[in-house]
Design a protein around this ligand. Structure first.
Ligand SMILES: [Cu+2]
Length: 155
């Protein structure tokens, strides 16, 4: 009697062990088909931009024409910022209207609140090869305070 009890307990443990293994194998198998989120189109390169008072940093500094880029712009500062890609260093443009700057920008996010992240998709066209675009924030005084970053588009 005692021996039978022992045998049944060990077989229950064995079954539990097997079920446990099967369960975890199924879980890991089910999670593998979605690496990296799958929200962006194939071939898209992620670029992480961080804005602060008063800096812009980018995880990529040399871009390739024809490659779709997914810019994730985080405002890590305490005040509102924006992110614009200008075709080249245009200076502070303090004399220019915001509408005119918007028209010149290759891409932009609009205002980004503190702690917020905005995304923008942009592919540098072939016409931008061997140019030096500039990432900027043109909110009042921010450019002159340092919110500009020169980048390159390769040949
Ligand atoms: Cu700013």
């Amino acid at each position: 009697m005692k021996r039978l009890f022992f045998l049944s307990v060990s077989s229950v443990l064995l079954i539990l062990f097997l079920v446990g293994c099967g369960g975890s194998a199924t879980t890991s198998g089910g999670s593998t088909p979605t690496p990296g989120g799958g929200m962006t189109m194939p071939g898209t390169q992620r670029v992480e931009i961080t804005e602060n008072e008063f800096t812009i940093t980018s995880s990529v500094s040399t871009f390739t024409a024809g490659v779709p880029y997914h810019f994730m712009v985080k405002n890590a500062g305490q005040t509102t910022h924006e992110f614009m890609i200008m075709p080249k260093d245009e200076g502070s443009m303090g004399h220019m209207s915001m509408d005119h700057m918007d028209g010149m920008a290759l891409a932009e996010t609009g205002d980004i609140n503190p702690g917020e992240t905005k995304t923008v998709e942009y592919t540098f066209p072939d016409s931008t090869k061997a140019t030096h675009p500039q990432f900027v924030c043109y909110l009042q005084g921010h450019y002159d305070a340092g919110m500009k970053l020169n980048v390159n588009v390769g040949q």
